[in-house]
Design a protein around this ligand. Sequence first.
Ligand SMILES: Nc1ncnc2c1ncn2[C@@H]1O[C@H](COP(=O)(O)OP(=O)(O)OP(=O)(O)O)[C@@H](O)[C@H]1O
Length: 606
Amino acid sequence: MEKDAMGGHVMLPLESLSLDLPNGGIVLGHDKDVSTLQDEISGMRSRQGHLNRRRREALDKLIDLKGSIRVFCRVRPSISTSNLKTKSPVTIEQEKIAVRAVGGKKDFSVDRVFDQESTQDDVFHEVKPILRSALDGHNVCILAFGQTGTGKTYTMEGTNDNLGVVPRAIEELFSHASQDSSSTYSFSISMLEVYMGSLRDLLAPKQHLSRSTECHTMCNLSILATKSGAVEVEGLTDVAMPDIKKANQWYCRGRRSRSTSWTNVNNVSSRSHCLTRITIRRSGGVTEEVSKLWLVDLGGSERLLKTGASGLTMDEGKAINLSLSALGDVIAALRRKKSHVPYRNSKLTQILSDSLGDGSKVLMVVHISPSKDDVGETICSLGFAKRARLIESCREISEDLKMLKHKRLLELDKEICDAEQELQDLNKKIRSAEVSLEERKKVSPSICHALSDEKGSPRSTLVVGHIDAADSPQANEKAKSRVSHGSVPHFMSPTECSRQRHGIASHSVSRPRLTKSVNRYPAELSGSQSFSHSSCKNASKARSAVFSSGLSKLKYLSVKSDQINISSNSIDSTAASVPRRRESFVSRPVQRVPLHQHKRRMSCLT
Ligand SMILES: Nc1ncnc2c1ncn2[C@@H]1O[C@H](COP(=O)(O)OP(=O)(O)OP(=O)(O)O)[C@@H](O)[C@H]1O
């Protein structure tokens, strides 16, 4: 290697030029000129598209074969020390759960059982494939269902040491987006609470929550549906998640807003359903797909006779049970492929209606307690699960068919793994080739020309400005841009664990959850409104497109400065000009409660 007088350029004999790129893959050889590299990249891109299609088709088949509505059951570990001595009435065999009760043993089947020793990792491992479906453009709904205190919030939110499904899902989305060089993804988040039939925006800017008239509005958001079936909650805050850090900040903020409410209402349980919606926008070339990932922590409730609930507590219990019952009806109708699905019977099912039906993937995790004292509620919860998978459990398939199905599932699984492995390798090669190409383009054409004997003849020397591929601004830019973007139904009652918590809570002077809520809007969480609409190109994406246009009405916040700034000025005019045909659901909420009243009543209880 020698230095010449040409602006400090490094002269390299081309034969010896071989870059050991950190990503492996393409080696910059003397025979690879710009056009060769471009051809190679375009060849690899078309192979990438082919593999992506193959992987998506295999995943769709796999999920269809497993069932687009899947029901898992998770058994919470025994918490009470006295219970450790008594034998649990719940026994588990593979996909079956047996519960010993007074009337005899009852058996239930689910798609997968997580026993008391199961970890958050085990649960997330089973959730992962369905997230891939969301990234592929399907609407996905993951629901945590069960009796109060059985671990719904633990599964969905988790703890700092044991993250739950939602934070892991966020991480997975970003991780996938950074690896997939064939598409560009952008994510946004909304969080809302369904309380007594009213909707509450958990990410609404602070100033909105402090004024009673605004509060009233934020608690009575309307649900809009288009003729094509897309559903939107009008006025619901939708915040851009530019990176994983901001995503987690917004998610934590939503959680804190929720905790405050339900902690004030009741120290023991969440008295509402908490819905987190992640909107995924995926663009590859000229098309854009929009899909929704709903992560729902359903409310648990008490049984009146067991808890002596009255007044507001009883109303809340009724509201939760009624909406859970409506959800059960919807899932059962979908399982039976009925022509009429009763979405309109509750706000919860209205909101989720475009993510529970055709083309969507649903995963319900039913939570149960291992305690003997909760056996009645355990049977109720498993009865709900059974109803959800009614068709499957009624139609027992033969052993031969089971084996065939298992074999096919393994084949599809392998097909997906192979395609993913090849895609990963290909992504690395494409990145390396792109870096090489940029390096080539930087080389001054005149010097190159001077070094060439004549056009087309092999060159013996190449002038390279710098050869550190990892430092290439283009490479960095590319890497950055990849992630740019009557009576209470005896449904459930508190578990022994929650009753213990109640005992502790009622004797406790301090209220840690309430304290947590003070200053719950950190200054760095802020944004200005922005939204751009890209029309979808074909009929199969029409639903996504309508949903996308519906979003233009939303307060779509992006995190940019230290101020939350909402204005309607930046709403894309293209989106505004898209004709929107909407119809409002006419079903009545179980009971409408203005937020100011809701809050006052909550504070009365403190
Ligand atoms: N699998 C588990 N492993 C360890 N601890 C768990 C598990 N499941 C639940 N717990 C613990 O049990 C307690 C109750 O769980 P959690 O609050 O998640 O119940 P829940 O069903 O969400 O209740 P609610 O309906 O009142 O919201 C918590 O202290 C939680 O940490």
